[in-house]
Write a protein that binds this ligand. Sequence first.
Ligand code: 3E9
Ligand code: MG
Ligand code: MG
Ligand code: MG
Ligand code: MG
Length: 352
Amino acid sequence: MPGAQAFNAFTLHRPDHALIEQRTGEWAEQFRIGSPALRRHLVTHDIGTFAARILPGGEPQVVQIPGDFVLWLFGVDDGHCEEGDLGRNPEDLAVLSAGLLRIVQNPEVPTLGTDPLAAGLRDLRRRIDVHATPGRTARWVDALREYFFSVIWEASYRKRNGVACLDAHTLMRLYDGATSVIPPLLEMGHGYELDSLERDSTAVRAATEMAYSVITWDNDIFSHHKECRSGLYYLDAVRVLEREYGLTTAEALTEAIRQRDHVLVLFEEPTATLRRQGSPRLRTFLGSLADFIRGAQDWGISSLRYTTPDDPAALPDVFERTPQVSRSAPLGIPSIDWWWDQLPGRGSRTTG
Ligand code: 3E9
Ligand code: MG
Ligand code: MG
Ligand code: MG
Ligand code: MG
């Protein structure tokens, strides 16, 4: 996406990003996350750097936590769900999820014995306890439950080699992209806790979901090359749009970018209002969502995970300053069209 007024990617505000990156690699080795082959790949994917991108502030030992945790998530998502047998076996994936969820709630329980992912999760929970309030920790646990629910849902499609419809994919992508597990850690990193009266208001929840959607639409766009070449089952917006509307891959990619831009343009409007009307903490929270979107973009076009130099992906190294759409309109995706009701004077909908 080169353009005259392009944003340069790769801006890293933290001088300690290389140290965070190195320590995430060491943590993966210490806890033996994933098979040796998977781990050899994961430690080259700049996952610690990703944490440094989305948390430009905060103490390095706190930023280390989302770095190690995202690597752990890929140990589950790649190791078990997408490349392992459990990804085709929702019943057994549910059993593993139940064990891991108990560990994250009560790290002292002996569930799953010495399983490396269990040990890694115990370590993460204990470190989070040092820095987070009980409320932030509880939301992190709840978000992890959403993630596990959604990968079990995804496994039911993988088991029958099915492709979800656009509405179901868009809804479940809010969870199986593991975006909602990150904001409690961003609050921890910035050292504040958003009041639940603000967090749980419909307008803030809508804006938060919009940010999650932009991030996972971006991931579906950036990861399509590696996913469609993997020889494995994959479910992403491109595949879903090809099937939903009978599009070619190129047309589906264009449509995915257009839909993503509609949501980004929408995100900017209520966010501006909330920034004016909300508390200083809400302003910090909304700024964190923007850092998360931008950090995920910059990481997505630069990580070896997606650039795959042996079979290079045609990823951009700059972003357009201007979105593909100037004004947002509901996308005709029933589970999310209510977001547009949050705009003043937009009670009745026309689709875009
Ligand atoms: C993402 O979807 C799967 C999660 C387990 C990734 C964990 C990463 C984060 C929480 C960072 C923010 C989310 C992003 C960038 C989606 P998917 O499509 O399996 O990821 P992949 O890298 O394989 O394309
Ligand atoms: Mg996945
Ligand atoms: Mg994946
Ligand atoms: Mg992906
Ligand atoms: Mg590839």
